[in-house]
Structures are given as structure tokens and as C-alpha cells.
Ligand binder design. Structure first.
Ligand SMILES: [Zn+2]
Length: 135
């Protein structure tokens, strides 16, 4: 129930970026926008098949649809369309999955770099290249 009957109801939305926004809902007689056919996954590039497509812009078209501009980093294909919230939610899940993979790859790379640093330092120490006056 709307606690302020003279004001339009508020809808809280979480954008694909994780940012939360509040949207005021007004009655309107505008037609619902035509939606583009929803591809199997908005994260899949229709031009090259890459699974790295990500949103570069989005705007709420109506309470149940989003206008989204998508970009493929592999072939630079940009597409736009109006998609239902469920497609946006799936894209958001794919973005979360991709972010988790990137964080894990960064963690492995950092560890590998650290191990290389230790190995080089140990070789330099045993080779007599690190002296007390170096510190
Ligand atoms: Zn592509």
C-alpha cells in the first residue's frame, strides 16, 4: 500500500551495475514498447558468438522492460533493443558469473607472480646478489 496516496508509487530497481534506483510510477496511456526478440542470452554475440557481451547503456522503457545497448569486446558489434526484465536478470547473472571468473583469474595470476618473485629472490640470495647493504 502506498503510504502517500497523493504521490505515485515508488518502485525500487537494481540495475545491472548493482546500483539501486527508485522509480516513480505514473499512470500513462502510452503503448507498451515493442520488444526485440530475446536471444538465448544477451551475453552472447549474434555476430561472432563471443560470450563476453556486456551492457554499455540501459534505461527503463517501462516497469517490465529495459532499453539496453550491448557491446561485444571481441568484434566491437553493438546492438540495442528493448528486453523484458527476465532477460536482463539472466544477463545480470552472466555478468556476475563473469566477474567471479575474473576475480579468480586475478587471484591465480597474483599468486603466480608472487611465487615468481619469491623464486627470483631466493636465487639472488643463494647467488650472493643480495647483500646486507641492499637493505
Ligand atoms: Zn562479437
Amino acid at each position: 500500500m502506498n503510504p502517500h496516496p497523493d504521490q505515485p508509487p515508488v518502485r525500487r530497481i537494481v540495475l545491472p551495475s548493482g546500483r539501486r534506483v527508485e522509480v516513480l510510477l505514473f499512470d500513462r496511456a502510452e503503448p507498451v514498447p515493442e520488444t526485440a526478440p530475446v536471444p538465448p542470452g544477451l551475453h552472447l554475440c549474434t555476430a561472432c558468438g563471443s560470450d563476453l557481451v556486456h551492457p554499455v547503456g540501459w534505461e527503463e522503457a517501462d516497469p517490465e522492460h529495459w532499453d539496453v545497448l550491448l557491446r561485444c569486446p571481441d568484434c566491437e558489434e553493438c546492438t540495442s533493443g528493448t528486453f523484458p526484465e527476465e532477460a536482463i536478470a539472466r544477463l545480470d547473472e552472466e555478468l556476475d558469473r563473469g566477474s567471479a571468473l575474473l576475480v579468480e583469474a586475478l587471484r591465480r595470476l597474483s599468486r603466480a607472480n608472487f611465487e615468481d618473485d619469491i623464486e627470483r629472490f631466493a636465487r639472488a640470495l643463494h647467488g650472493g646478489f643480495v647483500l646486507p647493504e641492499d637493505f
